[in-house]
Ligand binder design. Structure first.
Ligand SMILES: NC(=O)c1ccc[n+]([C@@H]2O[C@H](COP(=O)([O-])OP(=O)(O)OC[C@H]3O[C@@H](n4cnc5c(N)ncnc54)[C@H](O)[C@@H]3O)[C@@H](O)[C@H]2O)c1
Length: 256
């Protein structure tokens, strides 16, 4: 049976590890040709080699890097069907003590990076009169938040606003723009930046009883990139095991 992305070409930024690597793996399984970009050269090359993908050193805060990865996909594969901006950073810092430089850095990677990749991918997608842009948002910001997530929440809320604006601007060219809002997903980044106590407190809040995996998130990207999502634009899919649903802490049902 043909894969769901057979014949499609995708760029995925922030795919050396974590959720991005999960998306890359899932897309290759479904027949896509992919080029991944990341600031982490060694890990990025290793992931690309494992998947038979292309790799371009990409700092998505820089406009010329956003152009490079799109150009690389076009020169390798002759077209660009799917553009994914997944690179994101999530330093933990209370608003009271956040240095403006750290605020700017979070905005530059998470939010400006999304705008820069969209702008770079627009040109070939416009010419093709088709394309899919899919961005990694978060439940943190658009739905919920907790102390220490001021800049991060603002950046992810901004991505959801950008998705709406871009979906309206690009619809005339048959380009859809959507996002995925992961809940708490166990990745290298979470292990590095969040305490065991925080991770456990999150797991306790999830009706499905576990943190998510990169593959759980990748499956939502796959749907939005596939022909099944032809008529979906300007929206996001929450992938959080139900975490944002309970009205209060007393939500656990003991199974019969
Ligand atoms: N893990 C979670 O629980 C969770 C929840 C909600 C949203 N997210 C979002 O999912 C995305 C991936 O998260 P993750 O947990 O897999 O993180 P991660 O830290 O494990 O991986 C992120 C990748 O992005 C790369 N990156 C960082 N800055 C970059 C830049 N300037 N240019 C290009 N690449 C860059 C990193 O090198 C890394 O390979 C992020 O946008 C994050 O905000 C994660």
């Amino acid at each position: 049976m043909a894969g769901r992305l057979e014949g499609k070409v995708a760029v995925i930024v922030g795919a050396a590890r974590g959720i991005g690597a999960g998306i890359a793996e899932r897309f290759v399984e479904e027949g896509a040709k992919i080029v991944i970009g990341d600031t982490e050269v060694e890990a990025g090359r290793a992931t690309a080699a494992r998947l038979g993908a292309g790799f371009v050193t990409t700092d998505i805060t820089r406009q010329e890097h956003a152009t490079w990865i799109v150009t690389e996909a076009l020169s390798r594969h002759g077209r660009l069907d799917i553009a994914i901006q997944n690179a994101g950073i999530y330093p933990w810092r209370m608003i009271e003590t956040t240095p403006p430089e750290e605020w700017d850095k979070v905005m530059a990677v998470n939010l400006k990076g999304t705008f820069l990749l969209a702008q770079a991918a627009l040109k070939p997608m416009k010419a093709q009169r088709s394309g899919r842009m899919i961005f990694t948002s978060s439940i943190t910001g658009p739905r919920v938040s907790s102390p220490g997530h001021g800049h991060y929440s603002a950046s992810k809320g901004g991505i959801n606003g950008f998705i709406k604006a871009a979906s309206v601007e690009f619809a005339a060219y048959n380009i859809t723009v959507n996002g995925v809002e992961p809940g708490n997903i166990m990745t290298e980044g979470v292990r590095e930046h969040r305490s065991e106590a925080f991770i456990q407190s999150m797991a306790d809040m999830i009706p499905l009883g576990r943190l998510g995996t990169p593959r759980d998130v990748a499956n939502a990207f796959l749907f939005l990139a596939s022909d099944d999502a032809d008529y979906i634009t300007g929206t996001t899919i929450i992938v959080d095991g139900g975490q944002t649903v309970p009205e209060g802490a007393d939500f656990k049902v003991v199974p019969d």
